[in-house]
Each structure stands twice: as C-alpha cells, then as structure tokens.
Design a protein around this ligand. Structure first.
Ligand code: MYR
Length: 280
C-alpha cells in the first residue's frame, strides 16, 4: 500500500525537506488589500515581514479552497492508494473542513484526515513522522495510530509581542473583558480543545520566557527523548538563544528552530516566540 502524506502550508516544512521526505502541501492564503498570495509558493516569510511593515492595513488570511484541495487529491490519487492529511487545528481555521469536503468529493482518494489541534512545526512533526512511516511501507491505519499516540505528549506554549493581532483576528478564545485585561501584559498562550486560550497572565517577556522554559523542564528533566521546536516571528537570534539554552541543559532533547510564516504571522504579529515538543 502506497500512502501519501499531505499537510497544509502552516506546518512550515521547508520545500527542501518536503522534497526529501515526499511530503505534499496545500497552501493557505494571505490577503493584502486586493492582492492574494499563496504562502510558501508566491510569498516567502521574509517578504511577508517586509510587506507587513509597509502595509497600511494588516493582512487577512484564508483557508485553501475546496477546489484546490480536490485538485491535489486528484493528483495524488494517480500515484498513491491512500492519503494521510494533517491540518492545523480545526478550532482556528476552516482548513480541516475544506479537506474533509474535498475528500468526500474525490472518489477513491482514500483520505485519512488528522486534526493536529495545533499548528506550525508541531504540525510539521506529525507530518515528518507520518512520512517516515509511509516510507517504511506502513499502512494508513498504523500511521494514524502513531499520530494519535504522539498527540498524548504534544505541547506548545507561545508568547506574542502584541496581543491585539490575535484578538482582532478572533482567534483568541475567551470573553471580551478577559481578552481586554490581557492586552497590556505578555500572557503565555496555548491550545486547549483545538482553540487558543491564555495559559497564564505574565507581565514581562523575560518572565514569560522563564516560565515557558520551566513548563518545558517538567517534561525534559525526566530524561526521555524529546523533539522540540523553537518558533519565531522574525526573531532568529532570540530563537537561537532559546535553542542554545535548551541544548546546553538537556542531552535528551533535539531542538529545531522554525518560523511563524505569513499566515500564522498575520495573526501573531512580528516578535512572537513559541516552544513546542513531544516525547519520541
Ligand atoms: C485561516 O484563515 O484559515 C488561517 C487562520 C490561522 C489562525 C492562526 C492563529 C494563531 C496560531 C498560533 C499557533 C502557534 C503554535 C505554537
């Protein structure tokens, strides 16, 4: 059985890695005024952060159209017996639903849909593991089981520089009053039941960074093998500093530095940082 691995662009797996691991991708869109760009195809992350600085209004985003997913499934159907599709959290985007609708309409696509309930490199970790298993010839059912197992320890916390982007885009879960009370601080955010919610209200970035590393320590200090990702919105030096600190402290942790690309960057704003991990 030949199984394809499909994910959406918000996993931010570089083109080089996608080619190396035979991972297929459908892009989400970023909209600046009248212009729509497919991220990772006709808008790079560097171009995005430059464009944001020059733009009058902040960009909007949209999920892939059902038609574009159908096209991809038709293409994959020619070479594969089944498709494992891994999407960003269904609680923050309609991408999961678009994939479901497309899967229902493409007969014989053999779509197995996995809601990562998270995004970015943590979604990427699922796609990379699925691709590894598909490469070993494992069937779709076995791969889906492994992804569910990974979900048990998958965690991520992130800090934004300006919470107004997330609040404006309606992706921060909670009452208006509560969200309003967070605007002047640097809360640590995380996902609960597919949605983004504040984890802890913290005053400064420095304290939020320290607390995030403490949360990580709870899992990492046990000595089990951990895959972690430090993710940044145009803050490569700070992300590298987090990576160094983690690597100097734990021998059992492998750290990847990744990025918040255009679609996620449009909601988090420049300067955001995140740390995600799972136990291998
Ligand atoms: C769409 O228009 O369908 C895309 C909406 C994307 C919302 C993104 C919200 C922020 C996600 C943060 C992920 C952080 C992972 C560590």
């Amino acid at each position: 059985m030949k199984t394809a691995v499909l994910t959406d662009s918000t996993a931010y797996i570089t083109e080089e890695k996608r080619k190396e691991f035979d991972i297929h991708m459908v892009p989400l869109n970023v909209i600046f005024g009248e212009e729509t760009y497919q991220e990772e195809i006709d808008l790079t992350t560097d171009e995005f952060y430059t464009k944001v600085k020059q733009a009058e209004n902040l960009p909007k985003t949209s999920q892939p159209s059902v038609g574009s997913v159908m096209e991809k499934l038709e293409e994959l159907k020619k070479d594969y017996d089944a498709v494992i599709a891994i999407t960003l959290s269904s609680g923050i985007s309609g991408t999961y639903q678009a994939m479901r609708s497309a899967g229902d309409m493409v007969e014989g696509a053999g779509l197995h849909l996995f809601d990562s309930e998270i995004s970015c490199m943590m979604q990427g970790f699922y796609a990379l593991e699925a691709a590894r298993l598909a490469g070993e010839g494992r069937d779709a059912g076995e791969i889906m089981e492994r992804l569910e197992e990974m979900k048990e320890t998958m965690s991520a916390y992130f800090i934004v520089d300006d919470l107004r982007h997330l609040a404006r885009g309606g992706r921060l879960h909670g009452s208006q009053a509560f969200i309003g009370s967070l605007l002047q601080v640097k809360p640590i955010l995380h996902f609960v039941d597919t949605k983004i919610v504040p984890f802890e209200k913290i005053r400064t970035y420095k304290k939020a960074r320290k607390r995030t590393l403490e949360l990580f320590d709870k899992d990492a200090s046990g000595g089990e093998k951990i895959q972690a990702a430090v993710i940044h919105a145009n803050r490569p030096e700070e992300a590298e500093a987090w990576k160094q600190e983690i690597e100097n402290r734990y021998e059992n942790v492998t750290v990847t530095v990744s990025y918040f690309g255009p679609v996620i960057g449009a909601h988090l704003g420049e300067g955001a940082l995140g740390l995600g991990w799972y136990k291998e």
